[in-house]
Write a protein that binds this ligand. Structure first.
Ligand code: FAD
Length: 276
């Protein structure tokens, strides 16, 4: 089976981190991903670092998709960045609202991702393929699942070409989301975001904050392993590989891995899936 793979990095803060990411990227390049994406700190905190990494990826001969969040930014600032991306050979952007960093009061000129998508289409036409975020378990701030769904449709209709989901460990949530979206007439590919499991306590804290559910049976199993990192790694690999298999058999158009700048787990899951 042939499956579109994409892999996400975050921009490291130190020179050592950048060098380590280069080495991890080299290992992941062997999987021949469709593109690597690089996150962007809301409010522009990683602007230079995100740009530097995507340019490096393009120079290595791979497709790179910078993430771009609009919260706390001006139209002029975003336009400047879009021009820079275009000049660097970037053809794909992950367009997000982001979350206003603490201490920053001004939400800026574009308040939601649908407004950013509209803005990119207005100023750049079809120069970029635009990918947006999707939430099969619903965005944590959404007033209701129905409203969140309508807001997702708004982003698609504003001109998004594809979506990548927040990570989840319950395949039914993904299938339910896709079914609801299709019933509303939206047919863009919705690519599952996959979070390999490096350790449990950090993942549990992060999942609570971003609204991703870790099912009770998984939570209890991880907790029972205590500090046994080998057991946690083995169980994490098993459940995430099985999740990917279910998603692909159920028609998911590809997989997007949140690599956390580490190659080993993503590469191992990909190997176990046995796909090209
Ligand atoms: P929106 O789509 O704008 O939605 C945000 C909330 O507002 C939702 O509750 C929605 O229902 C509601 N809403 C949407 N549109 C409207 C409207 N027009 N009127 C009223 N309400 C509305 N964060 C980063 O800071 N940097 C990154 O690089 C990054 N990458 C990500 C990549 C992926 C694949 C995903 C899934 C998330 C990523 N995030 C990133 C996190 C994301 O920024 C947060 O989840 C943020 O809270 C929402 O961004 P969004 O683009 O989904 O927002």
């Amino acid at each position: 089976m042939s499956v579109e793979l994409s892999i996400e990095f975050f921009p490291p803060q130190t020179r050592e981190g950048v060098a380590k990411l280069r080495a991890e990227r080299e290992k992941l390049a062997a999987l021949k991903p469709g593109f690597f994406s690089v996150t962007y700190g809301a409010g522009g905190s990683t602007r230079e670092r995100t740009s530097a990494i995507v340019k490096e990826i393009v120079a290595e001969g791979f497709e790179a998709a910078p993430h771009l969040s609009c919260i706390g930014s001006s139209r002029a600032g975003i336009l400047e960045l879009l021009d820079e991306f275009k000049a660097s050979g970037i053809r794909r952007i992950v367009a997000l609202r982001g979350d206003l960093p603490s201490g920053m009061a001004d939400p800026g000129e574009l308040r939601y991702a649908n407004e950013l998508v509209e803005f990119i289409r207005d100023v750049a036409g079809d120069a970029f393929q635009i990918i947006v975020a999707a939430y099969p378990e619903w965005h944590p701030q959404a007033r209701s699942p129905e409203i969140d769904l309508q807001n997702f449709v708004r982003k698609a209709k504003a001109g998004a070409n594809a979506a990548i989901t927040q990570y989840f460990y319950n395949a039914d949530a993904y299938f339910h989301f896709v079914e609801k979206v299709r019933a509303l007439g939206v047919d863009i590919p919705i690519i599952p975001g996959i979070m390999p499991i490096l350790g449990f306590s950090k993942l549990a804290r992060f999942s609570d904050a971003c609204g991703a559910d870790i099912p009770r049976w998984m939570r209890r199993t991880f907790e029972s392993y205590g500090d046994d990192t080998a057991a946690i790694r083995a169980f994490g690999l098993e459940v995430v590989t099985r999740l990917c298999e279910r998603l692909l058999h159920g028609g998911a158009p590809g997989l997007h891995f949140y690599s956390m700048n580490t190659a080993a787990l993503t590469a191992e899951i990909w190997r176990r899936l046995g796909v090209r």
